[in-house]
Design a protein around this ligand. Sequence first.
Ligand code: GLN
Length: 537
Amino acid sequence: MPKFIFVTGGVVSSLGKGITAASIGLLLKSRGLRVVNQKFDPYLNVDPGTMNPYQHGEVYVTDDGAETDLDLGHYERFTGSTTNRFCNYTSGRIYDSIIKKERRGDFLGGTVQVVPHVTSEICESIRSVAAPDVDVVISEIGGTVGDIESLPYLEALRQFRIQEGRGNVLFIHVTLIPYLSKAGEVKTKPTQHSVADLREIGIFPDILICRTEKHLESDVRKKLSLFCNVDQEAVIEALDAPHTIYEVPIEFATQDLDTVILDTLGLRAGRRDLKPWRNYIDRVINSDYTVEIGVVGKYSELLDAYKSINEALNHGGAAHAVKVIIRNVSAEDIEKEEPAKILENVNGILVPGGFGSRGLDGKIAAIRYARENRIPFFGICLGMQMAVIEFARNVLKLDGADSTESNPETPYPVIHLMEEQKKVMNMGATMRLGAYPCLLKNDTEARKCYGKESISERHRHRYEFNIDYKEKFESAGMVISGHSPDGILTEIVEISDHPWFIASQFHPEFKSRPVDPHPLFRDFVGACLKYSKRQPQ
Ligand code: GLN
């Protein structure tokens, strides 16, 4: 059986529990252990697929088509592993499963209760990722200790530790050590209270990860150790990473966090090897040349809405040792002002995925600007659909060409609903989701970029390129360079007579890793770099 690590959070939210859990995954993996990361979200939505990006940030899609929390993106990027639908549970999903069992009569007329039914369902969900080939399961509990919503999870973890045996389960509490400038000192009291809350429930943290702005002196560590009942070497300092979040595991390694974990769990593992990881960070830190890329989306002010895209652009930059500056541009602003003004001096333009009609004309204007001025362009999902519409309207002169998503009455439905989507009524988990194979056409930029004919990429959409228009587009220079193996679905389009103009119906950003940048992001940033060198400085 694997060992289990639980990561909880205290004092405030947004402490970076996801990055912490991902970093621990990387450290253990770098010692040769097989690790699975998992996240529990205590809200009642069944999955984040239908949630507003303002509230939830990006929806991360797994190979097996689950719409999940963006922390799974951190897990995959840090550990290089592939997550699946068992790596993310919400309370909604847990309750949904229990209620279905109750309706089926599985409980034989018994009263269905939070303890033991909800807690048992949570324990089963933890075990759902504990395959025989896994050494360590790392489960992150969303929310903050003290929240009403988190209580069933904490109670489940308490029971789980008894079921699995004390030596097989480890608790890590991520907490905040605030600095009071007036007093000139850091304060441990909120952490003491948060640990006291956990102890009241019956959970005794083994390790504290202390988020802090100031270095923790040894007297502070001693105090935390004494009052929170953890060993001194298990008090780990987590300062804000100076350049990139990918430095966090290195900081933990310096404090031997992985050794403390292995010792506490009685696990034997190899020596830590973080060489490729350190190489990546060196490239990020030492890149002094910068390129600026305009990301024209609907949520320009939201840091988390395009999380994986931002990360993938940085990975692509590191591949060329350049720093990528992202200019988040609101598509609606381009509707009010000239693209040339808003996108002045960018070295590349990316239009990400999205839903709904807000800002579509701005996206189309930005794409036209990129196409006509030969600025590198990368379109993703809705970004590809808008590139197709732009080309139809302005090159093929199909006046009023559109997607039936935003204009069902369009005379030229160049983007239309996929056949299997026509009968779908529900919103949740009903799109074309997850990994699908795609074949790349010879002698295209896409084929050159991937360096192979057959690829697999993740999808999340309902609409697609209308294949009836294929000839028209191709004869005018927009080529279908990637398609489903049966040739029916268009997965990539590109403009041959343009320095770099590629748009994909899938989401390549989900598969980019710092140590293994996605080829499309790598080459897009490469094209932006080339473009920037041609511009007067
Ligand atoms: N709204 C579009 C569709 O459903 C694009 C989706 C996306 O960009 N993820 O096809």
